[in-house]
Design a protein around this ligand. Sequence first.
Ligand code: APR
Ligand code: PHB
Length: 412
Amino acid sequence: MAVLPQRKGPVGPSDMKPVTKTQVVIIGAGPSGLLLGRLLELQGIDNLIIEAKSPDYVLSRIRAGVLEQGTQMLLREARAAERMDREGHVHEGFALSFLGKMERIDLKALTGGKTVMVYGQTEVTKDLMDVRAQSCMKSIYDADEVMPHDFYGERPSVSFTKDGHRHTVDCDYIAGCDGFHGIARKSVPVDKIKLFERVYPFGWLGVLSRTPPVSDELIYANHERGFALCSMRSSTLSRYYVQCPLEDKTEEWSDDRFWEELRARLPSDVAHHLVTGPSIEKSIAPLRSFVAEPMQFGRMFLVGDAAHIVPPTGAKGLNLAASDVYTLYHILRKRYQEGRTDLIARYSDICLRRVWKAERFSWWMTSMLHKFSDDPFNQRIQEAELDYFTRSEAGRTTIAENYVGLPYERVD
Ligand code: APR
Ligand code: PHB
């Protein structure tokens, strides 16, 4: 059975050879799938990416843009970091705002020199797509009815429909990099998987605007009206968020209403410097914590959002996906280059130890910074917690070392 030839450009090279077998089938061309595919490719491990949407659709999603050093290192190893290193901004700290004041978390000083890079996830995805397009590895976009098969056996495969034709690709392993709504996790028998979930009773209304950021560093604000975040993509492009009711629709939020609400939640001197302008994107996102255990099912692995979701308050979503990729990449590299089949069964435990710590941090930041009810007791407790953590060096250090990212576990 033949897989369709590839178009030149973002979907891969234009050779006409059909693919019926590869070493690793990667389901999903988000940042997880693209990064894994590229790292495997550079080690000579053959892989095919199958994506349900078009390249433009994948690139239209706007998501957080704070990269831990581990994520940056992996992108460099993938030789996809040239633009990030040129255009990204290194941030040595961020601010927590509450009770009308700002407390800075000096990431660099508190972590022995670690920093984060502000560079949009959309740009990361684009850079990974570009290096994929220049490689000889195949990617299939706009695939329908993608389905993993026989992953508990020795000979797994993935089938899909493209332009009305059904295809099957045999492989050694399947990487489910297909996000929260993907098919990989859903194809696991219910008695073989355990799901942990918390859905928060509010959303984030996000606005992108061609205006200079209000501050050089990110500001996470606790306020009795609700949470707010001042972030950025560049010196001329700002990204702001306000906590809003889940039922709200973007049409109910004119630009003026948004700016007014954001101003009200910031300390007055910051609010005074806020430059406003027309929004170029406006969307409401729900907040969720979610973990699937385990993350490996025979010869199929779940990677990134397919296995776990964090609320964006800790900027951990993409970074956690990258640390899964790091682990799977090294396990597969050692499997193919050294014959180490024993490491396959360790994927889940290694990932989940780090996943749960990032879940904890994201849940904690969310709990400390958002308005959960009208009960003023909760507000006072949050203010006391913020005051306690930001005044103590131990408190600031625990925030900083989680924010820059906990260390990766070695695979050996
Ligand atoms: N078949 C093929 N592809 C699929 C399927 C399917 N059945 N279902 C979903 N996909 C694709 C989606 O269209 C998407 O492009 O899988 C991709 C998953 O990408 P993401 O959702 O971006 O997930 P991931 O690559 O794990 O990225 C991690 O970090 O900040 C977070 O949520 C943020 O995207 C982010 C992530
Ligand atoms: C963003 O810039 O979109 C952003 C930054 C930090 C977060 C969440 C989102 O914690």
